[in-house]
Design a protein around this ligand. Sequence first.
Ligand code: ATP
Ligand code: MG
Length: 363
Amino acid sequence: MSDSNQPIRLLVLPGDGIGPEISAATVTVLEALARRLDLRFAFSEAAIGFAALEAEGTTFPQAVFEAAQAADGVILGPVSHNDYPPADKGGLNPSGQLRKRLDLYANIRPARSRPGFAPRCGKPLDLVTMRENTEGFYSDRSMHMGPGEIMPTPDLAMSFRKVTRQASLRIAESAFALASRRRKKVTAVHKANVLRISDGLFLECCRQVAARYPEVAYDEKIIDAMAALLVRDAGVFDVIVTTNMFGDILSDQASEISGSLGLAASLNAGEHHAVAQAQHGSAPDIAGQDRANPASLIGSAGMLLGWLGERRGEARLLRAAALIEQAIDDVVATPEGRTADLGGTLGTAAFTAKVVAALEAAA
Ligand code: ATP
Ligand code: MG
């Protein structure tokens, strides 16, 4: 049990689109949390994305990476990397860079229904997608390969999907460790009927880890069937473990089923670092209009505090994580507490003020 009263050093990277709005909201909520629980945060902020490209000629300056390495945790706003210039003109995806260079191999993406708010599948759900975060079709992010896509002729494009034993074993291990603290069920999602070798290896690794967790039920679903089963009743799933791109897609689906992408928190975690990041993108269609739901990034920051709390054995941080979830639950429970994506009328700032009030009022 560490009782050091050192402040927790959080690096805030606002990013593009709705990023500045939802990261400001997240800092406001964390400041209220610090007052409530007598925690200390030391925030620093750095520009990434288009803001950095203008000022420094790159969307992800080296100094920002070094600050991320040195921080206790990072709060990463969404980035519009699809619109960045090519890498040789300074366009780097900050999210990919952090995942790769800090070895954040697990992307933990919870989706659950909230009290008073009907999920879209009509039935309650509480699941976590454990998405492998370093390889798969995103193989350009892995250390040992060149570009993940090539175009040998103007009429032929190829993508490479990389699956390694090491990465599959460690994501499976994370999934089973998490499930053993939850409802004790892991579902591996794959397409091994077509991707026989790569998803075959992924499943072999999941089965190997499953054998070490006899108390955790294990099953396997093909990705297409899984997409249908989630809509039918997402409530039957506990922890889903899958490769990078399937996890990206399924977790968006699960979050939208739970209510809205605007509620979709996530944490990128490795052995030594963690980065809080909303599941969604930069939502350019609503940027700068006070319309974004900041619950996604606020919840992600809560996950970061929970991760730090577990590593350090600090009950106060675990309490902080739980309080954030509780406050979001309390606010969205009634129609007056909802942003437009949830069918309500609150703007980003008004929603944030309600979360702060709920934090202050929570038992
Ligand atoms: P990007 O290219 O950065 O991924 P995108 O256009 O794909 O951007 P997403 O951010 O992935 O957009 O969002 C998809 C849809 O969900 C958009 O209509 C967006 O407005 C909406 N959305 C995403 N995040 C939020 C949020 N936090 N609050 C409200 N609506 C959101
Ligand atoms: Mg998107």
